[in-house]
Design a protein around this ligand. Structure first.
Ligand code: ADP
Ligand code: MG
Length: 632
C-alpha cells in the first residue's frame, strides 16, 4: 500500500503526499522502551527495588502475587516524592539522578535513565503512594497503560509504595509469552538475590501469595549470604579482599570442594550493581583450574569497586553488561586475589570467618607469582557411604602447609627417600615396571595395600588413604604434559619405528591430532593406506602399549563432546593416563607403593586425579579422637 502515499511529481520523481514521519505518541514510545526494560515481572521487580535503594531506604518489602503476573508491590521507607515528582516520575526521561550529560560519567545510583517507571506504567496498572518526611500527607497517583488516571492526597507512612498490577495487560503477546509461575518466581528471586547481596545493611522482606518467604535483617555480607543460601554456607565460603589503585575487590568465594555442577552461584557486582562479565568470570574460573572437576563451576560473590569514570554501564538497557577501561589489569588482579584466597584458606583451614573484619590481608607484592594451591577434597566422597549408620563425619580439611606443598610436608618421611636412577629402557621391549622403581632406602614408612586398590600409610598427623589408580593417573598425566621439559622426561626414540593400523575414519582423526600427539611425545608419520609409523613414544610408555594407547585416544576423541579441539593436550594426556594407569586388582610391592606415593606427592596437585576426583584423603588423629574418645 506504500505507493498510495505518493504522487508523481512533475519531474517524474516521487514526493510524499503527506508527512509520514511523526513523533510517536508518548504511550507507544514508552511501550517500545518497556520492551527493552521490562521483559518479565522480574525486570519490574529489579527496577522497583533499585529505585527504593536509590531513595536511601533502610527497609524494603517486596510483595508478589502469581509470580508477579497479577501484582508486584515494593514498599520502602526512603526519601519519598513530592506531589509533583510523584506525577513526573512517570514521564519518560524523568529522573532526579542526573541533570547534565557530565553527571553520566559519575553515576553512582542504580537508575539514571529515567525510563523504568514510564516503561512499567505503559504496560501495567500502577499505583504509587509516596510521602516525604517533611510533608503532612502523602500522595496517591494512578496510571494505567501510560494514561494518567488520578492523583489525590492520602495518609501514609514516610517513603514510597509502588504497586504494579496486571503486567502486560495491554500487550497480550507479551503476557502469553510469560513462563510458568514457578519459573517467573525463580527469575524474581534471582533479581532479589542480586539486590540483597549488594545491600546487606538493608532489611528486606519478600512475600509471595501473602506468605513471608524471606526476612533479611541488616548484617554483613557473610551473614547475608548464609541467610540467603543456608547455614551450610558458613563452612563453604572463603573471603576475598584486595585493594589496589585500579579496583577494590571484596567478597566471598566457595571452597573448591563445593564447586557446583551449574553456574547458579556466580555473582559479580560492580559499584553496587550486579553485572555479567564473561571475561572476569574466566579470571575466577582460571584461578580454580585443576582444583575442581572440569565440569564444575566455582561459587563466587565478588564486589568490584572502581572509579565510575572507568566503566561504561550504559551499553545495555538493563545494565548488566559492563565495560571496564582496564579490563586486562582487573583480570590479573582478580585472578591473583582468588588464588591467594584459596591458598590462604589452605594454609589456615580453621579460619573463623566471623573474625574477617579484623583480618588484615597483605597485598600481593608486585610481580610475585601466586602459588596455585592444590588441595581440595570432594565432600561427596565418603568412603563409608555404603554403610548407612552411623554416619561418620570426617574432617576433610586440607592439612596445613605451604600452598600446594601441604601434602609434601606431611609426607616428609617418604620424601627423604633418595631418588635412585631409572634404568633406561631403550627398546621398550623388556617389561617395564609399572611404576619406575626408586633405589630402595631403609623403610621410613610402610605402606599397606588393601583390597588391591587402596594404599594406606601414616603421616605425622593421621592416616592417609590413597586410591592407587587415581594417584597413578595424576603422575602419568603430568609426565605426559611435561614431555621434553627435562632430559628425564624426553620422549624415547624407538630403534625401529612401530607400525600401527587404523580404520579409514580413524586415520582422519590421527592426522587431525598428530600435532597434539607429538606434543605429548608421539612422533608419528603417515605410511601408506591407514597405516602410520610411530617414531617416538612418551617417556613412561612401553612400545608394547602403543597400539592400545592410540586406540584409547581414538575412542575418547569420539566421546569427548568437542573432540580434542579445546584443551586438547590435557584431554589427550588424561586419556592416556587413564589407559596406562595401574588398575584396581593389581598388587603392588612395598617399593612400588612407596614410589607411587613419592611421585604423587611431588606432583603439582597430589590430591586430585586429572578428572578432578580425589586421589587421597586424610583421616586425622583428631578425627579419630573425636570418634573414639569422650570429651567433657
Ligand atoms: P531512574 O531511576 O532511572 O531515575 P525511574 O523511572 O526508575 O528512573 O524513576 C524516576 C524517578 O522517580 C527517580 O529518578 C526518582 O526521583 C523517583 N523515584 C522512583 N522511585 C522512587 C522511590 N521508591 N522513592 C523515591 N523516589 C523515587
Ligand atoms: Mg530507576
Amino acid at each position: 500500500m506504500r505507493a498510495a502515499l505518493f504522487i508523481s511529481g512533475k519531474s517524474g520523481t516521487f514526493v510524499p503526499m503527506e508527512d509520514i514521519i511523526r513523533l510517536l505518541p508518548e504511550s507507544v514510545a514508552n511501550q517500545i522502551a518497556a520492551g527493552e526494560v521490562v521483559q518479565r515481572p522480574a525486570s519490574a521487580v529489579k527496577e522497583l527495588l533499585e529505585n527504593s535503594i536509590d531513595a536511601g531506604s533502610t527497609e524494603i518489602t517486596l510483595i508478589v502475587k502469581d509470580a508477579g503476573k497479577t501484582q508486584i508491590q515494593v514498599v520502602d521507607n526512603g526519601c519519598g516524592m513530592s506531589e509533583r515528582d510523584a506525577r513526573m516520575c512517570f514521564e519518560r526521561h524523568a529522573t532526579s539522578k542526573i541533570k547534565t550529560a557530565n553527571d553520566l560519567l559519575a553515576v553512582r545510583t542504580l537508575g539514571f535513565r529515567g525510563e523504568a517507571l514510564a516503561s512499567i506504567a505503559s504496560i501495567a496498572q500502577v499505583e504509587l503512594k509516596s510521602k516525604r518526611t517533611e510533608e503532612e500527607n502523602g500522595t496517591l497517583v494512578k496510571v494505567n497503560g501510560s494514561e494518567f488516571i488520578s492523583q489525590a492526597p492520602v495518609s501514609c507512612k514516610d517513603g514510597t509504595s509502588v504497586t504494579v498490577k496486571n503486567l502486560f495487560y495491554n500487550v497480550p503477546a507479551r503476557r502469553n509469552f510469560l513462563k510458568s509461575n514457578t519459573l517467573e518466581l525463580k527469575y524474581i528471586m534471582e533479581e532479589f538475590n542480586r539486590v540483597v547481596l549488594v545491600h546487606p545493611d538493608i532489611t528486606f522482606r519478600l512475600y509471595n501469595q501473602e506468605k513471608l518467604l524471606l526476612q533479611l535483617s541488616p548484617s554483613n555480607l557473610k551473614q547475608r549470604l548464609v541467610a540467603l543460601l543456608g547455614n551450610s554456607y558458613n563452612q563453604r565460603l572463603i573471603p576475598v579482599s584486595q585493594e589496589t589503585q585500579l579496583v577494590n575487590l571484596s567478597g566471598y568465594i566457595g571452597k573448591p570442594e563445593f564447586a557446583k555442577k551449574t553456574r547458579g552461584e556466580q555473582y559479580f557486582f560492580a559499584n553496587g550493581r550486579f553485572i555479567k562479565n564473561p571475561y572476569l568470570n574466566h579470571a575466577v574460573e582460571n584461578a580454580y583450574h585443576e582444583l575442581i572437576p572440569t565440569d564444575a563451576f566455582p561459587t563466587y560473590f565478588i564486589h568490584l569497586e572502581v572509579d565510575p569514570q572507568t566503566i561504561d554501564v550504559n551499553i545495555h538497557p538493563t545494565k548488566t553488561e559492563i565495560n571496564f577501561q582496564d579490563a586486562r589489569s582487573i583480570y590479573a588482579i582478580l585472578n591473583s586475589a582468588i588464588k591467594q584466597s584459596i591458598g590462604r584458606y589452605n594454609l589456615t583451614p580453621s579460619l573463623d570467618f566471623e573474625t574477617e573484619k579484623s583480618m588484615d590481608l597483605p597485598p600481593i607484592p608486585e610481580g610475585h607469582p601466586v602459588q596455585q594451591p592444590a588441595i581440595r577434597i570432594n565432600p561427596e566422597y565418603n568412603p563409608f557411604e555404603k554403610q548407612t549408620k552411623p554416619q561418620l563425619e570426617i574432617n576433610y580439611r586440607a592439612p596445613a602447609g605451604e600452598g600446594g606443598n601441604q601434602w609434601k610436608r606431611l609426607f616428609d618421611p617418604i620424601k627423604e627417600i633418595h631418588p635412585g636412577h631409572r634404568q633406561p629402557t631403550e627398546s621398550g621391549e623388556e617389561p617395564q615396571p609399572v611404576i619406575p622403581l626408586e633405589k630402595p632406602v631403609e623403610e621410613v614408612n610402610s605402606v599397606l595395600q588393601i583390597d588391591h586398590q587402596y594404599l594406606v600409610t601414616t603421616i605425622p598427623n593421621g592416616i592417609v588413604i590413597i586410591d592407587q589408580q587415581s594417584a597413578h593417573e595424576r603422575i602419568l598425566y603430568e609426565l605426559f604434559l611435561r614431555q621434553g621439559d627435562s632430559p628425564s622426561s624426553a620422549p624415547q626414540r624407538l630403534l625401529l619405528p612401530q607400525t600401527i593400523q587404523v580404520t579409514p575414519d580413524d586415520a582422519e582423526v590421527v592426522r587431525d591430532i598428530s600435532g597434539l600427539l607429538e606434543k605429548l611425545g608421539f612422533e608419528i608419520s603417515e605410511f601408506g593406506k591407514n597405516t602410520f609409523l610411530v617414531h617416538t613414544v612418551p617417556s613412561g610408555v612401553a612400545q608394547s602399549e602403543i597400539q592400545s594407547l592410540i586406540e584409547a585416544v581414538l575412542e575418547s576423541s569420539k566421546t569427548e563432546t568437542e573432540g580434542f579441539s579445546q584443551k586438547g593436550e590435557q584431554k589427550l594426556a588424561r586419556t592416556m593416563a587413564r589407559k596406562l594407569s595401574i588398575k584396581p586388582g593389581r598388587s603392588l610391592s612395598q617399593q612400588e607403593a612407596m614410589s607411587l606415593i613419592r611421585q604423587l606427592v611431588n606432583s603439582s596437585a597430589p590430591d586430585l586425579s586429572p578428572e578432578g576426583k580425589p586421589t587421597m584423603f586424610l583421616l586425622s588423629f583428631e578425627d579419630l579422637d573425636k570418634k573414639f574418645k569422650h570429651t567433657t
